[in-house]
Design a protein. Structure first.
Length: 284
Protein backbone atom coordinates (compact mmCIF):
# COMPACT_ATOMS: atom_id res chain seq x y z
CA UNK A 1 0.00 0.00 0.00
CA UNK A 2 1.56 3.26 -1.09
CA UNK A 3 1.55 6.25 1.24
CA UNK A 4 -0.16 9.44 0.18
CA UNK A 5 2.36 12.28 -0.11
CA UNK A 6 2.12 15.19 2.33
CA UNK A 7 2.58 17.61 -0.56
CA UNK A 8 0.48 17.63 -3.73
CA UNK A 9 0.39 19.76 -6.87
CA UNK A 10 -1.97 22.09 -4.99
CA UNK A 11 0.52 22.46 -2.14
CA UNK A 12 0.88 20.82 1.28
CA UNK A 13 -1.97 18.60 2.38
CA UNK A 14 -3.95 20.32 5.12
CA UNK A 15 -5.50 19.06 8.34
CA UNK A 16 -7.59 20.65 11.06
CA UNK A 17 -6.96 19.12 14.49
CA UNK A 18 -9.00 19.99 17.56
CA UNK A 19 -7.89 19.86 21.18
CA UNK A 20 -4.25 20.75 20.52
CA UNK A 21 -3.42 22.42 23.83
CA UNK A 22 -1.79 19.21 25.11
CA UNK A 23 -1.73 15.44 24.85
CA UNK A 24 -2.88 13.65 21.72
CA UNK A 25 -3.76 16.79 19.75
CA UNK A 26 -0.47 18.53 20.50
CA UNK A 27 1.58 15.48 19.57
CA UNK A 28 -0.36 14.93 16.36
CA UNK A 29 0.11 18.57 15.34
CA UNK A 30 3.86 18.43 15.88
CA UNK A 31 4.31 15.12 14.08
CA UNK A 32 2.21 16.01 11.04
CA UNK A 33 3.86 19.39 10.67
CA UNK A 34 7.23 17.62 10.68
CA UNK A 35 5.93 15.33 7.91
CA UNK A 36 5.11 18.30 5.69
CA UNK A 37 1.43 18.76 6.41
CA UNK A 38 -0.12 22.20 6.78
CA UNK A 39 -1.51 21.84 10.28
CA UNK A 40 -4.27 23.97 11.75
CA UNK A 41 -3.90 23.20 15.44
CA UNK A 42 -7.04 24.48 17.12
CA UNK A 43 -7.68 24.96 20.85
CA UNK A 44 -10.67 25.98 22.93
CA UNK A 45 -8.81 28.69 24.86
CA UNK A 46 -7.33 31.70 23.08
CA UNK A 47 -4.23 31.69 25.32
CA UNK A 48 -3.39 28.17 24.14
CA UNK A 49 -3.84 29.29 20.54
CA UNK A 50 -1.48 32.20 21.14
CA UNK A 51 1.15 29.84 22.55
CA UNK A 52 0.90 27.58 19.52
CA UNK A 53 1.10 30.53 17.14
CA UNK A 54 4.30 31.58 18.89
CA UNK A 55 5.59 28.07 18.18
CA UNK A 56 4.91 28.51 14.47
CA UNK A 57 1.49 26.89 14.13
CA UNK A 58 -1.62 28.24 12.50
CA UNK A 59 -4.01 27.95 15.42
CA UNK A 60 -7.65 29.03 15.08
CA UNK A 61 -9.70 29.12 18.27
CA UNK A 62 -12.39 26.47 18.15
CA UNK A 63 -14.79 25.72 20.98
CA UNK A 64 -17.12 22.83 20.20
CA UNK A 65 -19.85 24.41 22.35
CA UNK A 66 -19.71 27.71 20.44
CA UNK A 67 -21.21 27.49 16.93
CA UNK A 68 -19.79 30.89 16.00
CA UNK A 69 -16.26 29.74 16.85
CA UNK A 70 -16.72 26.61 14.72
CA UNK A 71 -17.80 28.74 11.76
CA UNK A 72 -15.00 31.25 12.29
CA UNK A 73 -12.29 28.61 12.71
CA UNK A 74 -13.26 26.74 9.55
CA UNK A 75 -13.55 30.00 7.62
CA UNK A 76 -10.02 30.89 8.75
CA UNK A 77 -8.71 27.52 7.59
CA UNK A 78 -10.40 27.71 4.19
CA UNK A 79 -9.28 31.28 3.61
CA UNK A 80 -5.70 30.18 4.22
CA UNK A 81 -5.87 27.10 1.98
CA UNK A 82 -7.91 28.52 -0.87
CA UNK A 83 -10.96 26.51 0.10
CA UNK A 84 -9.37 23.09 0.60
CA UNK A 85 -9.15 20.80 3.60
CA UNK A 86 -7.73 17.31 3.19
CA UNK A 87 -8.36 15.97 6.67
CA UNK A 88 -10.18 16.58 9.94
CA UNK A 89 -9.12 15.02 13.23
CA UNK A 90 -11.85 15.38 15.87
CA UNK A 91 -9.98 15.00 19.13
CA UNK A 92 -10.99 17.66 21.69
CA UNK A 93 -13.10 16.19 24.51
CA UNK A 94 -13.44 16.05 28.29
CA UNK A 95 -14.45 13.50 30.93
CA UNK A 96 -17.05 13.70 33.69
CA UNK A 97 -16.45 10.93 36.23
CA UNK A 98 -19.18 9.77 38.56
CA UNK A 99 -21.85 7.13 39.01
CA UNK A 100 -24.67 7.29 36.48
CA UNK A 101 -27.25 7.62 39.26
CA UNK A 102 -25.46 10.74 40.53
CA UNK A 103 -25.14 12.33 37.09
CA UNK A 104 -27.60 15.20 36.57
CA UNK A 105 -29.17 15.27 33.14
CA UNK A 106 -27.76 18.76 32.61
CA UNK A 107 -24.31 17.35 33.31
CA UNK A 108 -24.81 14.64 30.72
CA UNK A 109 -26.10 17.27 28.31
CA UNK A 110 -22.98 19.40 28.86
CA UNK A 111 -20.56 16.62 27.98
CA UNK A 112 -22.57 15.69 24.89
CA UNK A 113 -22.42 19.32 23.74
CA UNK A 114 -18.64 19.09 23.49
CA UNK A 115 -17.89 15.42 22.86
CA UNK A 116 -20.68 14.68 20.37
CA UNK A 117 -22.75 17.63 19.15
CA UNK A 118 -19.73 19.87 18.54
CA UNK A 119 -17.94 17.11 16.64
CA UNK A 120 -21.06 16.54 14.56
CA UNK A 121 -21.48 20.24 13.76
CA UNK A 122 -17.87 20.72 12.69
CA UNK A 123 -17.92 17.53 10.64
CA UNK A 124 -21.10 18.59 8.81
CA UNK A 125 -19.44 21.89 7.92
CA UNK A 126 -16.34 20.13 6.60
CA UNK A 127 -18.12 17.53 4.45
CA UNK A 128 -19.25 19.97 1.69
CA UNK A 129 -15.64 21.15 1.33
CA UNK A 130 -14.42 17.58 0.92
CA UNK A 131 -17.27 16.74 -1.45
CA UNK A 132 -16.34 19.63 -3.71
CA UNK A 133 -12.67 18.72 -3.85
CA UNK A 134 -13.49 15.03 -4.35
CA UNK A 135 -11.69 13.50 -1.37
CA UNK A 136 -11.05 13.72 2.34
CA UNK A 137 -10.26 11.93 5.57
CA UNK A 138 -12.36 12.34 8.71
CA UNK A 139 -10.79 10.74 11.78
CA UNK A 140 -12.62 10.59 15.10
CA UNK A 141 -10.71 9.86 18.28
CA UNK A 142 -12.95 7.50 20.19
CA UNK A 143 -11.80 5.35 23.11
CA UNK A 144 -11.79 1.85 24.50
CA UNK A 145 -14.73 3.28 26.46
CA UNK A 146 -16.59 3.52 23.18
CA UNK A 147 -16.39 -0.28 23.05
CA UNK A 148 -17.28 -1.11 26.66
CA UNK A 149 -18.67 0.72 29.67
CA UNK A 150 -16.62 0.91 32.87
CA UNK A 151 -17.80 1.94 36.33
CA UNK A 152 -17.62 5.70 37.09
CA UNK A 153 -17.18 6.56 33.42
CA UNK A 154 -20.78 6.42 32.22
CA UNK A 155 -20.97 9.96 30.86
CA UNK A 156 -17.72 9.78 28.89
CA UNK A 157 -18.51 6.27 27.69
CA UNK A 158 -21.96 7.38 26.51
CA UNK A 159 -20.41 10.09 24.34
CA UNK A 160 -17.89 7.70 22.85
CA UNK A 161 -20.57 5.09 22.11
CA UNK A 162 -22.45 7.87 20.31
CA UNK A 163 -19.37 8.79 18.28
CA UNK A 164 -18.89 5.15 17.37
CA UNK A 165 -22.42 4.93 16.01
CA UNK A 166 -22.26 8.21 14.10
CA UNK A 167 -18.90 7.28 12.61
CA UNK A 168 -20.11 3.83 11.53
CA UNK A 169 -23.02 5.32 9.58
CA UNK A 170 -21.04 8.27 8.25
CA UNK A 171 -18.36 5.93 6.90
CA UNK A 172 -20.95 4.03 4.86
CA UNK A 173 -22.68 7.19 3.65
CA UNK A 174 -19.48 9.00 2.64
CA UNK A 175 -17.80 6.14 0.79
CA UNK A 176 -19.32 7.06 -2.61
CA UNK A 177 -17.95 10.60 -2.19
CA UNK A 178 -14.39 9.30 -1.61
CA UNK A 179 -14.45 10.65 1.96
CA UNK A 180 -12.91 8.15 4.34
CA UNK A 181 -14.14 7.98 7.95
CA UNK A 182 -12.05 6.15 10.53
CA UNK A 183 -12.08 5.68 14.30
CA UNK A 184 -9.05 5.58 16.56
CA UNK A 185 -9.81 3.74 19.82
CA UNK A 186 -7.11 4.33 22.43
CA UNK A 187 -6.88 2.67 25.79
CA UNK A 188 -4.83 4.44 28.47
CA UNK A 189 -2.75 7.21 26.89
CA UNK A 190 -0.79 9.85 28.77
CA UNK A 191 -2.82 13.08 28.71
CA UNK A 192 -4.44 15.73 30.90
CA UNK A 193 -7.89 14.12 30.63
CA UNK A 194 -7.97 13.27 34.33
CA UNK A 195 -6.84 16.70 35.53
CA UNK A 196 -9.20 18.43 33.12
CA UNK A 197 -12.09 16.35 34.48
CA UNK A 198 -11.83 17.87 37.96
CA UNK A 199 -13.85 21.08 37.35
CA UNK A 200 -16.59 19.10 35.63
CA UNK A 201 -16.73 16.62 38.50
CA UNK A 202 -16.89 19.44 41.03
CA UNK A 203 -19.63 21.20 39.10
CA UNK A 204 -21.95 18.27 38.51
CA UNK A 205 -21.35 15.41 40.96
CA UNK A 206 -22.70 15.78 44.51
CA UNK A 207 -20.78 12.79 45.82
CA UNK A 208 -21.19 13.74 49.50
CA UNK A 209 -24.92 12.98 49.43
CA UNK A 210 -24.58 9.93 47.18
CA UNK A 211 -25.42 6.45 48.50
CA UNK A 212 -21.97 5.60 47.14
CA UNK A 213 -20.10 8.15 49.25
CA UNK A 214 -17.63 5.57 50.56
CA UNK A 215 -16.97 4.21 47.10
CA UNK A 216 -16.16 7.69 45.85
CA UNK A 217 -12.95 7.71 47.89
CA UNK A 218 -11.23 5.78 45.12
CA UNK A 219 -12.49 8.30 42.55
CA UNK A 220 -11.29 11.23 44.67
CA UNK A 221 -7.87 9.66 45.11
CA UNK A 222 -7.57 9.16 41.37
CA UNK A 223 -8.67 12.73 40.59
CA UNK A 224 -6.79 14.60 43.29
CA UNK A 225 -3.99 12.22 44.25
CA UNK A 226 -0.54 12.01 42.73
CA UNK A 227 -0.56 11.14 39.07
CA UNK A 228 0.49 7.59 38.37
CA UNK A 229 0.85 6.04 34.94
CA UNK A 230 -1.33 3.06 34.15
CA UNK A 231 0.83 -0.03 33.57
CA UNK A 232 -0.58 -0.27 30.04
CA UNK A 233 -0.29 3.46 29.33
CA UNK A 234 1.33 4.61 26.12
CA UNK A 235 2.48 8.10 25.07
CA UNK A 236 0.32 10.24 22.75
CA UNK A 237 2.67 9.37 19.90
CA UNK A 238 1.05 5.91 19.80
CA UNK A 239 -2.18 7.57 18.69
CA UNK A 240 -0.34 9.79 16.23
CA UNK A 241 1.19 6.72 14.60
CA UNK A 242 -2.29 5.42 13.88
CA UNK A 243 -3.41 8.83 12.63
CA UNK A 244 -0.51 8.99 10.18
CA UNK A 245 -1.31 5.45 9.04
CA UNK A 246 -4.89 6.51 8.30
CA UNK A 247 -4.03 9.76 6.56
CA UNK A 248 -1.35 8.23 4.36
CA UNK A 249 -3.51 5.30 3.30
CA UNK A 250 -5.72 5.52 0.20
CA UNK A 251 -8.07 2.98 1.81
CA UNK A 252 -7.89 3.26 5.60
CA UNK A 253 -9.61 0.75 7.84
CA UNK A 254 -12.75 1.53 9.83
CA UNK A 255 -11.09 1.40 13.24
CA UNK A 256 -7.66 1.32 14.81
CA UNK A 257 -6.97 0.12 18.35
CA UNK A 258 -4.22 1.71 20.43
CA UNK A 259 -2.74 0.01 23.56
CA UNK A 260 -2.99 -3.62 24.69
CA UNK A 261 -6.26 -3.09 26.65
CA UNK A 262 -8.01 -1.76 23.54
CA UNK A 263 -6.92 -4.79 21.52
CA UNK A 264 -7.96 -7.13 24.35
CA UNK A 265 -11.39 -5.50 24.72
CA UNK A 266 -11.98 -5.70 20.98
CA UNK A 267 -11.35 -9.45 21.11
CA UNK A 268 -13.37 -10.03 24.30
CA UNK A 269 -16.39 -8.20 22.94
CA UNK A 270 -16.51 -10.61 20.03
CA UNK A 271 -15.98 -13.75 22.12
CA UNK A 272 -17.49 -13.29 25.57
CA UNK A 273 -21.17 -13.24 26.54
CA UNK A 274 -22.39 -10.13 28.37
CA UNK A 275 -22.28 -11.67 31.85
CA UNK A 276 -18.71 -12.80 31.41
CA UNK A 277 -17.77 -9.38 30.05
CA UNK A 278 -19.43 -7.69 33.03
CA UNK A 279 -17.43 -9.90 35.39
CA UNK A 280 -14.19 -8.80 33.72
CA UNK A 281 -15.13 -5.11 33.71
CA UNK A 282 -16.17 -5.05 37.38
CA UNK A 283 -12.59 -5.96 38.18
CA UNK A 284 -11.03 -3.44 35.83
Amino acid sequence: MSAAPATTAAGPRSILITGCSSGIGANAALALKARGWRVFASCRQEEDCQRLRAEGFESPRLDYTDAASIDAALAEVLAATGGRLDALFNNGAFALPGAVEDLPTDGLRSIFETNVFGWHELTRHVIPVMRQQGHGHIVNCSSVLGLVGVKWRGAYSATKFAIEGLSEVLRIEMAPANIHVSLIEPGPVASRLRQNAVPHFERWIDWKTSPRTTEYQAVLHRLYGPSRADRWELPPSAVTERLVQILESPRPAARYYVTAPAHAVGIMRRLLPSRAMDWVLRRA
